[in-house]
Write a protein that binds this ligand. Structure first.
Ligand code: TEU
Length: 594
């Protein structure tokens, strides 16, 4: 019967359509779900800072280079860091070791070629690692073609930098700077240019003239720089010294004296309050323009470097929904709040974490920086016994941790004599003051093994001395040791991928003078409890007695600082939370199921 056949056919067709619709819905739902859960890469990664001069020297000239970094791509992969940030690799006379850029889109020959750069980027990307570059927008080198032409008043460059007439002339006929503004590196922020018979402004060295962001052409040039590197496949930028971008337009005003009891040197940067030369409102407009550019590419990161005592100033660089800015300004509170071991207590640590979290704008993403090329090594600032505990803390907190090269093996500050001193900031403070200002101690060559010059170079000298401790303190030794800072770091990098850390909640069950603790938990998954002894004494603590929440009677040890040798806390052991023994400065990571 044709009608019956027809009916069956239509039923079949109807059935197919229904199945089709269901399948499409499921795919769409999954797609949406995928989009909802997939966070940007910079929220799922550790950021590892490489200081290119000091990481690995391939060509044997004593200074690190791009091929050297490439040769360590497998090391970086194994370490578990997802993102590599390179301090500046651009053409530079190296007055501030690359932070004085002579060409923003060329590779410094000391570091290699553009082909080396492409090879490095490809090697990292092949391994699933991201590559972030340093963007240094505030200033260029005085050897940059723009400045050379600007100094000659050649158009269109005449107004690319900040030029000013002298306020007058002294008795000797010397020009007087337009105001009292100071350079971060000490001394006047104005330098006289004979050729142009005017002063130019520099927040840092005289060899780092400040670009004039009130000039639209300068803004465009720097946007082109961003596009150049984004088109070349970089995954984002760390933006250098961003709060210094603008100064007030009326340069007849002096900055006020800070009356800081710690500074009686009128040429020291901290002698003045920098209300006229930092954090000007126009800065945020420019950062927003850069954000727009990054957003034209997918999944790129912007991390802003802003040191400021006023946390509200720092937070501004997160922006908001209508004016998005950086993905995060670096959180330097773990550096700024604790200059010495004696500043550290469980309660002070908790306060520092809260200060960031309580001030961070709604919906934004935290980050934790323990050290960098401008600050002393973690083990030297806090004490070597705290190295593992602090890595545990920043790698297990929610947010993006930033690790400076060598911190994974606990490298320490290296003593650098006045004769060997390279850092211009140190040199400007002279023999008597240089040690307080020098950044050389934290910039010494990476310690790869116990061979001559720590395996950093094939040559016979290094740009800064290798730390004497390299025979014992090096990557190879820590890879082979039964327990080491490096092994703990790698284990933490693996652990932080677990759901408890990527999606879990955070609590601080016990906080006291000597104890800091961090709990990460998620229903249906293992909980992790980090207990840290911030004191310099061995400690036994009853967590139950002090906890502000219910804790299980026992837990299993997952990881412990290398300094702990006690039988009871060997990883894998079950311990009672009412009697937790901790070595001085120890971090003990525990797990339990409830
Ligand atoms: O640092 C900017 C900055 O804020 C410095 O004042 C920093 O606090 C100082 O170096 C600490 O001693 C960036 C770079 O990180 C730094 O290495 C450069 O020297 C500086 O910019 C100039 O480009």
């Amino acid at each position: 019967m044709p009608n019956k056949k027809c009916l069956v056919f239509f039923f079949f067709l109807f059935f197919l359509v229904i199945i089709g619709v269901i399948v499409i819905c499921l795919i769409a739902k999954d797609g949406i779900k995928h989009k909802e859960t997939e966070s940007p890469f910079w929220q799922r990664t550790i950021v590892y800072q490489v200081y290119p001069r000091s990481f690995c020297d391939h060509d044997g000239d004593g200074t690190g280079d791009l091929q050297g970094i490439l040769s360590k791509a497998d090391y970086l992969k194994e370490l578990g860091v997802g993102t590599v940030w390179l301090s500046p690799i651009f053409s530079s006379p190296m007055a501030d070791f690359g932070y004085d850029v002579a060409n923003f889109t060329a590779i410094e020959p000391l570091f290699g070629t553009m082909d080396d750069f492409d090879a490095l980027r490809a090697a990292l990307h092949d391994r699933g690692l991201r590559l972030v570059l340093d963007f240094v927008p505030n200033h260029s080198s005085d050897e940059h073609e723009w400045f050379v032409k600007s100094r000659r008043k050649e158009e269109p460059y005449a107004d690319y930098y900040i030029w000013a007439d002298p306020k007058g002339f002294d008795e000797e006929g010397q020009p007087i700077p337009p105001n009292n503004w100071l350079s971060v590196f000490r001394g006047p922020a104005w330098t006289w240019a004979e050729e142009r018979q005017q002063f130019y402004f520099h927040q840092f060295l005289a060899k780092q003239p400040d670009l004039n962001y009130r000039n639209e052409r300068v803004r465009d040039e720097m946007k082109q720089v961003l596009r150049f590197w984004l088109d070349r496949g970089v995954d984002g930028f760390r933006v250098d010294a961003v709060k210094f971008l603008f100064e007030v337009e009326d340069i007849s005003q002096d900055e006020s004296v800070a009356n800081d009891p710690e500074t009686d040197d009128p040429l020291d940067y901290y002698y003045l309050n920098h209300t006229l030369t930092t954090n000007q409102p126009e800065t945020l407009e420019v950062v927003n323009e850069w954000r727009d550019i990054l957003d034209q590419y997918s999944d790129r990161v912007m991390m802003a470097e802003v040191y400021d005592d006023d946390i509200r100033q720092v937070m501004k660089y997160y922006g908001n929904d209508s004016v998005p800015l950086a993905d995060f300004p670096f959180n330097f509170l773990l550096i700024d709040s604790f200059r010495n071991r004696s500043d550290l207590s469980g309660a002070a640590l908790k306060d520092a974490l809260d200060l960031w979290m309580d001030n961070m704008p709604e919906g934004k993403w935290p980050n934790w920086v323990l050290g960098n090329h401008d600050n002393g090594r973690v083990g030297s600032r806090f004490g070597e016994d705290l190295i593992d505990a602090l890595n545990m803390l920043v790698l297990l907190l929610p947010g993006t941790p930033v690790t400076y090269y060598g911190e994974e093996i606990g490298m320490l500050n290296t003593f650098i004599s006045w004769e060997d001193t390279q850092d211009p900031q140190a040199c400007n403070h002279g023999l008597d003051g240089y040690e307080d200002y020098s950044r050389d101690p934290e910039r010494t060559p990476m310690q790869w093994d116990n061979s001559t010059l720590a395996g950093f170079t094939t040559g016979n000298s290094t740009w800064l001395p290798v730390n004497d401790n390299f025979k014992d303190l090096n990557v190879k030794a820590q890879q082979h040791a039964e327990k080491s800072h490096l092994k703990i770091y790698e284990e933490l990098a693996r652990l932080r991928e677990e759901e408890t850390f990527t999606k879990g909640h955070t609590a601080y069950p016990v906080i006291s003078n000597e104890v800091f603790s961090l709990l990460r938990y998620l229903e249906g998954y293992e909980s992790y409890l980090l207990v840290m002894n911030t004191s310099e004494e061995e400690l036994e603590v009853d967590l139950h007695q002090h906890a502000n929440m219910e804790l299980p009677p026992t837990a299993e040890v997952v990881l412990r600082s290398v300094t702990d040798t006690a039988e009871a806390t060997v990883p894998g052991s079950e311990i009672h939370l009412s009697e937790v023994k901790l070595a001085a400065g120890e971090g003990l990571l525990l797990t339990f199921s409830e």
